[in-house]
Design a protein around this ligand. Structure first.
Ligand code: CA
Length: 521
């Protein structure tokens, strides 16, 4: 080999080396930012991109128009704290130790810790509601427990502080502040969690006015008489007609009450209400009162949602204006769904569609095709694996979900799941909702109320509103048997060995939080 060939070869090798180095550094730079926006109790049927009959959410709809809408994304245990624990761990409640409103053991593996260890800047702002302080975040600032709507208190590792304003605006402001001040040499993982539109549904003044007096269409199942169902629907105490309190309905206590008397007055579930119509006092009872309660509930709930929608728009505008549009995966979801008078209910918990269905919208230009739709069954167990996958991190084997990244790209893997497992434990809980577990497929649902040994089964194609329990229908026997087999197969697959079926961990997520930062000043 002559000298010139050797020089040429070594130059070629050097060029290759440069190419490899440049390539690996550019792929590291290209790891996407992840902005995860989550609300509390926002039902998919209160977003216009999901066909809402009751409101318009133009800013959330932008994510669907510019990205993807998942139509079958479900919570695996439809209440706040368990869903949050599942999102952080990628595991079912019986594996992460959070079946009810109990404290998350923050020493366990979480998606935030894994992203942080791989070089992501990780931050959390807003409603955490997991009892223990966040772990795996470079920055966190959270509401104690449920937090409050007006002038919320948030606390970080140094103590708590009162923030003037409305919680949804404050949380968005803080999120933008964190993003502005983040280290720019790392991709970010930002979780921005709203309190809204959680009970007691206190809107800000602007949006309260927007919905005050507005007539909201009633859902077709509002007057469901629960015929043909198990005892569970008849025994629950999450009825719009019977269980909303004076506080929920924003009734004003009479003057002169002590603090204690005032609280007792507000906690009453009224069977008659005095209102004023055209300057005349009027007592509402019976059917008229029921209809009025539904309206009052929905007016405030939707007003809270509208503020979130405005703030999602504000955050998207900020991202776009700051050059973060193209390389940021933005997700909008809620910790579960919510009953908006469906089956006469509010709240969640039950395995019926309105409760378990999570809105799930994602935008990531260049990767997600604008205006796409995913109908594959997804669950909140899948979120952590998805974040890891898009960040190029191997998903640990003990995570029970599966990355949604192929679905984001419009590809449904051939071996994608065709059923999902659900389990709710909190019985009697706050609403006497009976414990149950079940399976949902693309076409059917089977629910088992295990303490009562009672079953419900629905054909979701013929009966999407789940009004006709076909469990005892002779013609449905073959499908019921098939679903039972699938239910027990899934129960085994997710290793649910009835860990929490008889004994539940103590509650521990609603404490007051630490002392004020300026308490000693
Ligand atoms: Ca919730």
């Amino acid at each position: 080999m002559n000298k010139w060939v050797r020089v040429a070869l070594s130059a070629l090798c050097f060029a290759c080396l440069l190419l490899v180095t440049a390539d690996s550094s550019s792929s590291a730079e290209k790891r996407p930012n992840i902005l995860y926006i989550m609300t509390d109790d926002h039902a998919a049927h209160a977003l216009s991109c999901y066909g809402s009959q009751v409101n318009q959410t133009p800013h959330m709809d932008r994510l669907a128009t510019e990205g993807i809408r998942f139509d079958r994304c479900f919570a695996t245990n439809s209440i706040c704290t368990p869903s949050r624990a599942t999102i952080m761990t990628g595991k079912y409640s019986h594996k992460n130790g959070v079946p009810v409103f109990n404290r998350l053991d923050g020493s366990q593996q979480t998606v935030a810790k894994l992203l942080q260890a791989s070089g992501y800047y990780t931050a959390f702002v807003g409603k955490w509601h997991l009892g223990s302080d966040p772990t795996g975040f470079d920055y966190w600032n959270i509401l104690p427990g449920q937090g409050r709507y007006n002038n919320p208190i948030l606390y970080d590792k140094d103590g708590s502080e009162v923030y003037a304003g409305y919680a949804t605006d404050v949380i968005t402001d803080l999120t933008i502040g964190v993003l502005k001040n983040r280290p720019k040499d790392k991709p970010f993982f930002m979780m921005s969690h709203h309190k809204a539109p959680h009970r007691e549904w206190t809107p800000d003044e602007k949006h309260r006015r927007m919905f005050a007096g507005k007539q909201i269409p009633e859902p077709t199942t509002l007057w469901d008489d629960y015929q043909g169902r198990t005892d569970a629907l008849r025994e629950q105490k999450q009825s719009v007609f019977n269980d909303l309190t004076r506080l929920d309905l924003k009734l004003v206590p009479p003057a002169g009450l002590s603090q204690q008397e005032r609280q007792a007055w507000l906690a009453v579930k009224p069977t008659e209400v005095e209102i004023e119509v055209d300057g005349q006092k009027k007592i509402l009872t019976g059917t008229e009162l029921k209809r009025w309660k539904y309206q009052r509930y929905m007016q405030d709930y939707l007003a809270c949602v509208q503020s979130v929608d405005d703030n999602v728009g504000r955050l998207l505008d900020w991202l776009d204006a700051n050059g973060l549009r193209d390389n940021t995966l933005v997700i909008y979801t809620s910790d579960q769904g919510f009953f908006l008078g469906d089956h006469g209910l509010y709240d969640k918990r039950f395995m019926y569609e309105e409760s378990i269905k999570m809105p799930f919208l994602a935008r990531w230009p260049g990767t997600i095709k604008a205006g796409s739709l995913a109908t594959a069954l997804a669950t909140n167990c899948d979120f952590a694996p998805t974040f890891l996958d898009v960040a190029g991190i191997r998903v640990p084997r003990d995570m029970q979900g599966r990355s949604l990244a192929p679905l984001l790209r419009g590809q449904r893997p051939g071996d994608w799941r065709d059923s999902m497992y659900y389990r709710y434990y909190h019985d009697p809980g706050h609403h006497d909702t009976r414990a149950h577990y079940g399976v949902r497929t693309d076409t059917h649902k089977l629910m088992y109320f295990w303490r009562k040994d009672q079953w419900e089964c629905y054909d979701l194609v013929k009966d999407p509103e789940e009004m006709r329990n076909i469990y005892n229908d002779p013609a449905a026997k073959p499908i019921v048997e098939k679903l039972k087999q699938e239910l027990y197969r899934l129960k085994k697959e997710v290793e649910d060995e009835d860990q929490f079926s008889s004994e539940l961990p103590p509650a521990g997520v609603d404490g007051p939080g630490p002392a004020r930062k300026n308490a000693t000043r």
